[in-house]
Design a protein around this ligand. Structure first.
Ligand SMILES: [Ca+2]
Ligand SMILES: [Ca+2]
Length: 236
């Protein structure tokens, strides 16, 4: 007695091993591909034509003859699963949890998704899961990599993919060289140097003033915000 699951999937090679059970000893397995009874195949049967439906007739044979087999159909799944990630495209200011989403189309289904994280984009995914934490210490900027892949139920393995996660919790350095080289009765022109920043780079400057008295950073909210272009100049 040879047993297999009608309608189930197999990878590119089908043999008399996994998925089949022979009761007793002294039996051999004969494959007949697509019901071609004139050309029995001693297995394994192989096809890389994914989603192709094959009809297999498997019988037990012994010295006493070959039994009558019952045909089954199985579908070739030679396609690896596809996994995507939801990592943000650019720099962000908070720790992230990257979610991996996998699918195997109309194939045998996803068996597992594995991931790893590092800073050199070279690790081999080995942790099962689809929720990947990415963290960065306070006052620092970090770029890490989530590397991942999925495997389907017949052993097709996806090529490793990578998502870069960029977290910037480091404020820019202090503005330097502030000067007021020109002024009129109604305006003051200011110059300053663009301070360094670990991570995402400076996006804007906040210029404040107060008439009649000086103020410090502690009074920042109570001072008036100056109008004008405060976008950093591009490098180069
Ligand atoms: Ca598949
Ligand atoms: Ca920064």
């Amino acid at each position: 007695m040879i047993q297999a699951s009608d309608g189930s999937f197999y990878g590119t090679t089908e043999s008399g091993g996994a998925g089949y059970a022979a009761a007793g000893t002294g039996f051999g397995v004969i494959f007949r591909l697509n019901l071609d009874t004139t050309q029995p195949t001693a297995g394994p049967v192989s096809s890389s034509n994914t989603q192709q439906v094959l009809t297999l007739n498997m019988t037990a044979a012994s010295l006493g003859g070959t039994a009558t087999g019952t045909a089954i159909t199985r579908t070739v799944d030679s396609a690896a699963p596809i996994t995507t990630n939801n990592a943000p495209a650019g720099w962000v200011s908070t720790d992230q949890t990257v979610t991996l989403t996998s699918g195997d189309g109309s194939g045998s289904g996803v068996k597992n998704t594995q991931y790893c994280t590092d800073t050199t984009n070279s690790c081999t995914p080995s942790t099962n899961g689809t929720s990947v934490p990415a963290a960065c210490n306070a006052n620092t900027a970090c770029q890490s990599y989530v590397r991942y892949r999925s495997t389907d139920n017949v052993g097709n393995v996806e090529a490793i993919k990578t998502a870069a996660v960029k977290i910037d919790k480091a404020a820019p350095a202090a503005v330097g060289n502030l000067a007021a080289p020109a002024s009129t009765k109604t305006s003051v022109s200011l110059t300053w140097s663009n301070p360094s920043d670990s991570g995402s780079g400076n996006a804007s400057f906040d210029v404040r003033y107060r008439a009649g008295s000086t103020f410090t950073e502690a009074d920042w909210a109570g001072a008036s915000q100056a109008a004008g272009d405060r976008t950093p100049l591009k490098q180069g």
